[in-house]
Design a protein around this ligand. Structure first.
Ligand SMILES: NC(=O)c1ccc[n+]([C@@H]2O[C@H](COP(=O)([O-])OP(=O)(O)OC[C@H]3O[C@@H](n4cnc5c(N)ncnc54)[C@H](OP(=O)(O)O)[C@@H]3O)[C@@H](O)[C@H]2O)c1
Length: 284
């Protein structure tokens, strides 16, 4: 008989950014797989509705509303999880958004905010769950990176640099935690249809609406996103990888989906910088 399929049944998994998109779909998939799931994000009403839908009994799903950038909220998330389920087996660091615009025009405070959400808060939350995982000798951290963590594009390099940094942190963490039996993996989504583009617009439109000489290029940048919609993947393309990574006793350092993500990553590996620039360059 072969090795039994790894299972998530009974595992306690915390997911940040679970009020929409990839996080929400991951919660749905993990609950189906038998996990006990804690969902977190800033919008309490949405979060509560998702929790009710996933588990009307309230026995296996807990919603903890909070802002991942708040130290108090992060501590509350961990404390509420431990109070309800007694342990944390998996952390899916998924909360994130993108700030768009030419580097010259984006206020540095907005750049800091983007790093605060996508990187520093992710590190801080991970630091809160690690001691117990390390002492127990098991656990899994799943970081949601991006193809943008390998390929930086004009008008998107603020967001892209947060995901580049996440690549490095994930590599460091993976090596540091391996001796203690804690697994770390990074998932690189390509373009996925979620609320991501709308969230990015909300943050970035006040900048990009007054982009002066950059304005015609921003129009081209947005048109590029519209074209990408044709090959976009679904949140479940990523959720399935998260489930696999959490259930595996030896997950790969990195995963990518959907298929176009693998092609872009291959091109980054295979092409000289100038050739790749031909693909990412600004157009009017
Ligand atoms: N969609 C894509 O094409 C794509 C591609 C590559 C990587 N990704 C990555 O995938 C992850 C999920 O994004 P998505 O595509 O599913 O977008 P989304 O639908 O906009 O979801 C983002 C989630 O993050 C939460 N969030 C944002 N800021 C937060 C904060 N300060 N505190 C707590 N929660 C916060 C949002 O909830 P609230 O607003 O309720 O707080 C929401 O639940 C992100 O890390 C993103 O960078 C997405």
């Amino acid at each position: 008989m072969g090795k039994p399929m790894p299972t998530l049944a009974g595992q306690v998994v915390v997911i940040t950014g679970a009020s929409s998109g990839i996080g929400e779909e991951t919660a749905r998939r993990l609950v189906r797989g038998g996990a006990k799931v804690v969902i977190s994000a800033r919008r309490p009403v949405r979060l509560a509705a998702i929790a009710r839908e996933l588990d009307p009994s309230g026995e296996r799903v807990l919603a903890v509303a909070g802002d991942v950038t708040s130290d108090t909220d992060r501590r509350r998330l961990v404390a509420a999880t431990l109070a309800k389920f007694g342990r944390i087996d998996g952390l899916v660091n998924n909360a994130g958004y993108g700030t768009r615009g030419p580097v010259e025009l984006v206020p540095v405070d907005l750049i800091r905010q983007n790093f605060e959400t996508n990187l520093f808060s992710l590190i801080a939350l991970t630091q809160l769950v690690l001691p117990a995982m390390r002492e127990r000798g098991s656990g899994c951290i799943v970081n949601i990176g991006s193809v943008a963590g390998r390929i930086a594009r004009p008008m998107s390099s603020i967001y892209d640099s947060t995901k580049h940094a996440l690549e490095a942190i994930s590599d460091g963490l993976r090596g540091e935690l391996k001796p203690f039996g804690v697994r770390v993996t990074l998932i690189r989504p390509g373009f996925i249809l979620t609320e991501f583009v709308e969230a990015a617009a909300k943050i970035s439109d006040p900048i990009t609406d007054h982009a002066g000489p950059y304005a015609p290029f921003l129009t081209g940048f947005r048109a590029g996103y519209e074209r990408l919609r044709r090959i976009a993947g679904t949140s479940d393309d990523i959720a399935v990888l998260v489930e696999h990574a959490l259930a595996s006793d030896n997950p790969a350092p990195r995963y990518a989906a959907p298929f176009h993500a693998k092609i872009f990553l291959f091109l980054k590996w295979a092409l000289p910088d100038r050739a790749l620039e031909m693909i990412t360059r600004l157009r009017k």
